[in-house]
Design a binder for this molecule. Sequence first.
Ligand code: ADP
Length: 322
Amino acid sequence: MKQIAVLTSGGDAPGMNAAIRAVTRTGIQKGWNIFGVRDGYQGLIEGNMTEMDSRDVSGIIQRGGTFLGSARCEEFKTEAGRREALRSLNENEIDGLVVIGGNGSQTGSFNLFKMGFPVVGVASTIDNDLVGSDITIGVDTALNIALEAIDRLKVTGSSHQRAFLIEVMGRNCGYLALMSAIAGGAETVVIPEVETDPDEIAHILSQAYERGKSHAIVVVAEGAKYNATKLAEFFEKHQERIGFALRVSILGHIQRGGTPSASDRILASRLGAGAVDCLDRGEFGVLVGWVNGKVQTTPLEEVVDKTKQIDLELFDLARKLD
Ligand code: ADP
């Protein structure tokens, strides 16, 4: 290995910069040249990459987002698009590629690996839905942002006897919703993994009202069949049953833009360095993740097209603590 490239792809996650920094600096220490690719796979196809030295990644560890830019690139899903990417990798004499990203991005990296290029993935998504990493870069920060929002909504909810439906991100995975519900002391939680009857939620809210609670919080995962908007539509017709006045708050991209937490910076630094070690020992086509308290690799083949299962005991706990 003499020259490697690094890119960030898909949804950005706080801590991606720390991962780029770790790849760059540990790679330089091995005597390699490191190239930063702009805007994910789009930049790879266009050959939009420049060499980075140690100073180019100074002052970014504390910044959310990704200074290399990220993008969603339909062209890379086609074989012709990936051939173009291979051509520009060869043109720039790149020997190995690190892809920092989530589920879709790692499907892309696996498809490139299958075409014969040495690729290593780094587990990074706020959704925490990747098989091969107990926790992924960005989750801790996103969780803390959701929590801050829940705490604030509780304050205003108490002043007006309101119930809030708070929708958090996570795509088809309920992890962020579940954890923010437990940590935020929500009355209940709605996640894609568990079928939810809106009548049951209405019942939980009316019981909380009758017990004299001054506010109630329902955390709803965006990927749930009844997301916050659909639940609100349902409750509009059953307002008298609930007691509380109802408000909806969709947190959306706010969760992605935070200053990376200490945990995310450390995780990203370890996984970024781990990816460089993988390339160095010739271990390709793997995802570098955090498993059982250690940096570990999982073949990308076992990662793609899957969603990590959540611990349903935590769902029971969230509902017991109302
Ligand atoms: P994330 O990595 O955050 O899950 P996406 O699912 O949007 O984000 O995927 C990011 C990018 O990864 C896509 O825009 C595309 O360029 C690439 N990608 C996704 N799926 C595939 C696939 N099946 N084959 C090749 N590339 C893919």
